[in-house]
Write a protein that binds this ligand. Structure first.
Ligand code: MTE
Ligand code: HPA
Ligand code: MOS
Length: 809
């Protein structure tokens, strides 16, 4: 038998035993058995649908697909300079390298040389203008990957270029007025003022805070790098296995690059080894190059990036630089705010416009801002084109207001939690966001109150102060930060999904939907929804690869909407099959279709109990269609891009975290001692998977705000931190020794899938609490007299700089 190794060694149940720790929801093998009485398949903590394959190393990623005979390998020749013009390439030298079959340049692309997702400003291969150091200029196709890489490395020698001076920082881009999309402005005044009037309101407030903040970018660091495997098919068609969050977009980009209709391009992805936003748009370049090469050579071509090349070619989270001017009262309430945000967009637009939109729509975070003027600038720089990363600008928007409230509290000598509370959105009033959406599901007070109590916040605040009073070198810090995150794509038409459910005559079920699996557990949730709808055991249902020939015109699996959209679409498909089965069973056995019940692998009809497979078999004989499509479009959304108003979000997800740190004021080292988290996931479809998402997002976001630092050389524009040797992501060792993670169990007020809430991105904002705990500890070293000028990431250097400033003040 071809069983995964872990199952042989451990058995399927014990393979997950190591999940158990101090958090509330864990894989519980008995949970489903208990829930059987109620027939529920949702709301159950079950293991990821591929967990056994993951731990056994038997889950197939793109590079694990058995290679077809004749497969060739591709590598990219990258620009060694950040800006200039490409005058020529000595292709003969590259062509002469051992194993090289063909070298491709922009002119070899039969269709459009563009892989831009929204704005078409993103060349696949350099079109003459050199835009950043690392830009793909040519593609080598060779008999082995090693040969291709050795030849591609000649890029440093074979390019003739005319150098130009690169623009590298958001400040320089802003100073020169270089943007990838026009500046955005979002202004709201509850007293009818314009931006000028808001400035006057700020000036007239009892207190004023004027400051700036720098927050760095972040590499997705998906464990499986970017990869595409393109196979030529008859009649010029192509089949691309691509590690992507957005198969339909890959299909369109490849179709344009090859000048083919979409029906001739087949894109497939069973799973990714992580995406985190980095494969929402940026898998496109690799899909296109592999497809162009496969088409040119009529051979299968694989393009798998080396980690360093992945860093050098692709973009990541946008770093942001903020300048703000705030007016506030004696309670710390913000009366007026003006903020400019400048992001480092990189050389092309990519997703920078919707990222900035989400940043502007999350500056409010949990707080009501009566008078606010926001300005967003997406700076064009000669660097990799920045893109989606978990939170998609939301974290960058919200951290600014948290920094502001933290400063206000210090200046007033009040507890930061009290100042945050004073600014919370109201339930019936003070509840309209700057973009004019009314917050109808505010659970901030009960959620934060529960966490405040369970984390023992007040007593620990006193304990931290007592510790600091007697500890000259080590200082502790504590912070509680809340979050509110808008769920939906803020581009309305992306909020749709399709699914296909097949019931086979043996009663087994296959589901295919438009979402992609990147480790987040989407397929597990969708299978649970289908099993629940048809009243069958989870193991009857199997999810297959996302495939553009099965469900068409899909949206990216992004904006945390995967389960919301595809879960609903799959439920719709399963419901239709159930209704047909019910009608058939009632026709055969009596009673009405409405009375037929499906639960626990059984069908209850007119006082009889039949096996699900029996009813399916009968329906087949009665010529009933046993498969169905399903569709879903999120209701009630609207968005006006010009005025930046509407209802961009179906609902909000909430959460809060308390973190306690200790810092060493001599070295700048720090440690997270304890974290307590309460995250709203509505009525969770799978608490264990959701807790995993919360823990992962927390640690990942902590990396963004502390250790992960991107450094471009100030003259050459070379990204110098392009490997794990110089770019430090968190590890298991960085998890706090006390890590209490719980879900806030309350139904979504909106009719989401089984009243659950999206959980992929919102918890990335929870580690704000780590950053502000560090800021609190630094502040303590200066006697809380002045604001620490702490930038993110709070690396040892950043902490030491801030310490120097507060101690000198
Ligand atoms: N979890 C894992 N394990 N791997 C990932 O790549 N991506 C995150 C989040 N959680 C990611 C993840 C991002 S950026 C998003 S938008 C959501 O998952 C997407 O999946 P969902 O909509 O199904 O939650
Ligand atoms: N998240 C991810 N991708 C997107 C979004 C978003 O909010 N809007 C447009 N593309
Ligand atoms: Mo997630 S950044 O929306 O892919």
């Amino acid at each position: 038998m071809n069983k995964p190794i872990a199952e042989h060694l451990l058995g399927p149940a014990t393979a997950f035993a190591s999940y158990q720790d101090n958090t509330a929801a864990r894989i519980d093998p008995q949970a489903e058995a208990r829930a059987q009485d109620a027939g529920a398949r949702v709301g159950i903590s079950r293991a990821h649908e591929s967990a056994a394959l993951h731990v056994a190393g038997a889950a197939t990623y793109i590079d694990d697909i058995p290679e077809l005979a004749g497969t060739l390998h591709c590598a990219l020749g990258l620009s060694p300079v950040a800006a200039g013009r490409l005058l020529g390439i000595d292709l003969a030298a590259v062509q002469a390298m051992p194993g090289v079959v063909r070298v491709l340049v922009a002119a070899d692309i039969p269709g459009t040389n563009d892989c831009g997702s929204i704005v078409h400003d993103d060349p696949i291969l350099c079109d003459g203008e050199i835009r950043y150091l690392g830009q793909p200029v040519f593609a080598v196709v060779a008999s082995t990957r090693d040969a291709a890489r050795r030849a591609a490395a000649l890029a440093k020698k074979v390019l003739q270029v005319e150098l130009a001076k690169p623009v590298l920082t958001p400040r320089d881009a802003h100073a020169g007025g270089h943007y990838v999309v026009p500046p955005m402005h979002l202004v709201r005044s509850t007293s009818g003022r314009d931006a000028e009037g808001i400035r006057a309101a700020i000036a007239a407030a009892p207190h004023r805070l004027t400051d700036s903040l720098d927050v760095g970018g972040q590499e997705q660091f998906y464990l499986e790098g970017q990869i595409s495997y393109a196979i030529p098919k008859e009649g010029g068609a192509v089949h691309v296995h691509c590690s992507t969050q957005h198969p339909s977009e890959m299909q369109h980009l490849v179709a344009h690059a090859l000048h083919l209709p979409a029906h001739a391009v087949h894109v497939e992805c069973r799973r990714m080894g992580g995406g985190f936003g980095g494969k929402e748009s940026q898998s496109g370049l690799f899909a296109c190059v592999a497809a162009v090469a496969a088409r040119a050579l009529r051979k299968p071509v694989k393009l798998r990036l080396d980690r360093d090349d992945d860093f050098m070619v692709t973009g990541r989270r946008h770093c942001f630089w903020y300048e703000y001017d705030i007016g506030y009262d004696d309670e710390g309430r913000i009366l007026g705010a003006e903020i400019s945000m400048v992001s480092r967009a990189g050389h092309s637009a990519d997703l920078s416009a919707p990222v900035m939109t989400r940043a502007l729509c999350h500056f409010d975070n949990a707080y009501w801002l009566p008078e606010v003027a926001m300005h967003g600038y997406s700076g064009r720089t000669n660097t990799q084109s920045n893109t989606a990363f978990r939170g998609f600008g939301g974290p960058q928007g919200a951290i600014a207001v948290e920094n502001i409230l933290d400063s206000i509290a210090r200046r007033l000598g009040r507890d930061p939690l009290a100042v945050r509370r004073a600014n919370f959105y109201g339930v019936k009033e003070r509840n309209v966001t700057p973009y004019q959406q009314t917050v109808q599901d505010n659970i901030l007070e009960p959620l934060v109150g529960e966490l405040e109590a369970s984390s023992d916040y007040a007593a620990r605040r006193a304990a931290v102060a007592a510790f600091n009073a007697t500890s000259p070198v080590l200082k502790r810090g504590l912070a509680l930060t809340p979050l509110k995150f808008g769920i939906s794509f803020n581009v309305k038409h992306f909020n749709q999904a399709g699914a296909l459910v097949h019931v086979y005559t043996d009663g087994s079920i296959l589901v295919n939907h438009g979402g992609t699996e990147m480790g987040q557990g989407l397929n597990t949730k969708v299978c649970q929804v289908v099993a629940h709808e048809l009243g069958v055991a989870f193991d009857r249902v199997r999810a297959t690869a996302t495939d553009t020939t099965k469900v068409a015109n899909t949206s990216a699996t992004a904006a945390s909407t995967g389960a919301d959209l595809n879960g609903k679409a799959a439920q719709d498909a399963a419901r239709q099959i159930r209704e047909r089965l019910a009608a058939c069973a009632a026709g055969r056995h009596g009673g009405t279709a409405e009375q037929v019940r499906f639960a626990n692998d059984k069908v209850f009809v007119n006082g009889r109990e039949l096996g699900f497979d029996v009813v399916v078999g009968e329906a087949y004989l009665d010529r009933v269609q046993l498969w169905s499509d399903g569709f879903y479009a999120t209701p009630g959304l609207s968005w006006d891009r010009e005025t930046m108003t509407g209802r961009p979000f179906y609902y909000f997800a909430y959460g809060a975290a308390v973190s306690e740190v200790v810092i060493d004021t001599l070295t700048g080292e720090w440690k997270l001692l304890r974290a307590d988290i309460l995250q709203d996931a509505g009525k969770s479809l799978n608490p264990a998977v959701d807790i995993g998402q919360v823990e992962g997002a927390f640690i990942q976001g902590m990396g963004w705000l502390t250790t992960e630092e991107l450094v471009w050389h100030p003259e050459s524009g070379k990204l110098t931190t392009h490997a794990p040797s110089t770019y430090k992501i968190p590890t298991a060792n960085d998890c706090p020794p006390v890590f209490n993670v719980r879900l806030f169990d309350r139904a979504n007020v909106e009719d989401s899938i089984h009243r659950s809430k999206a959980v992929g991105e919102p918890p990335l904002l929870l580690p704000f609490s780590v950053f502000f705990a560090i800021r609190d500890a630094v502040s303590a070293a200066g006697g809380h007299r002045t604001d620490p000028p702490l930038s993110a990431p709070a690396t040892g250097e950043s902490i030491l700089r801030a310490l120097g400033a507060v101690q000198a003040a």
